[in-house]
Design a protein around this ligand. Structure first.
Ligand SMILES: Nc1nc2[nH]cc(C(=O)O)c2c(=O)[nH]1
Ligand code: SF4
Ligand SMILES: [Mg+2]
Length: 229
């Protein structure tokens, strides 16, 4: 039987709006389902089935159909969610086939799931966003040592933290020390350009002092909270 993925949205080309590849021409595969429940989640239609109609928001597609949609659409394919690693097996098949077309592939993950060896061994880049206390869940749920250590040791991960103010930064420092995270990016929690700019200005000096990277959310600057941009 053909392997399938639960898909929330296919969109692009657009720009990678977050993290170290910010500004790159990219196309997006947004997978459905998440194992966390962040209070400020900007994609609740991928998992919040009390508020969203699962039958309307989730489409089961074959890996081949997703591949046919994504291939040759952009040099960079970003797979996001939800939490894409909840579908590790078909995700590995999809990304392996995408890489074989010559595309670069990034997976956005919340850093709580250990990727399978076949995915770690390949050329996929992981944009890992471990969640801080500001997401409103206990740390044992959102911080998973084995997953963070495996990702950090893979040589294919960079770490992007969603921050609601400068007071969150000490928490990142603790995680950086404990899990040996060497490529730290800070991103404001904002779905409007006004809040985004205010937080960027608040964060700039303290982030530069700590030797970290700071990036906005380009799609929010351009299109505010529009879906599928
Ligand atoms: N343009 C754009 N860039 C993104 N980078 C990560 C995204 C995400 O939702 O995970 C995202 C998104 O939704 N849009
Ligand atoms: S991990 Fe991402 S998709 Fe899941 S609830 Fe948190 S912000 Fe939303
Ligand atoms: Mg997002």
């Amino acid at each position: 039987m053909a392997s399938t993925l639960k898909v929330a949205e296919l969109f692009g080309p657009t720009f990678q709006g977050e993290g170290p590849s910010l500004g790159r021409h990219a196309t997006f595969v947004r997978l459905s389902g998440c194992n966390l429940a962040c209070s400020w989640c900007d994609t609740p239609w991928t998992w919040q089935w009390q508020s969203y109609d699962r039958a309307a928001e989730q489409t089961v597609m074959t890996v081949e159909a997703v591949l046919a949609w994504a291939r040759d659409r952009a040099d960079l394919v970003v797979v996001t969610g939800g939490e894409p690693l909840l579908q590790a097996e078909p995700l590995t098949e999809l990304t392996t086939k995408l890489l074989a077309t010559g595309a670069s592939v990034e997976i956005e993950t919340n850093g709580t799931v250990v990727p399978p060896d076949a995915l770690l061994a390949g050329q996929v880049t992981f944009n890992v966003s471990p969640k801080l206390a500001n997401a409103g869940m206990p740390d044992r749920r959102r911080v998973r040592g084995q997953a963070l250590r495996t990702l950090a040791a893979s040589g294919h991960a960079r770490f992007k933290f969603v921050v609601t103010g400068a007071a969150d930064l000490d928490e990142i420092e603790v995680l950086q020390e404990e899990y040996d995270l060497d490529d730290v990016w800070v991103m404001p929690e904002a779905t409007t350009s006004g809040r985004l700019l205010r937080l960027l200005r608040e964060l700039a000096d303290p982030v530069v002092e700590r030797g970290w990277n700071l990036a906005p959310r380009l799609h929010v600057l351009l299109w505010e909270d529009a879906r599928a941009r």
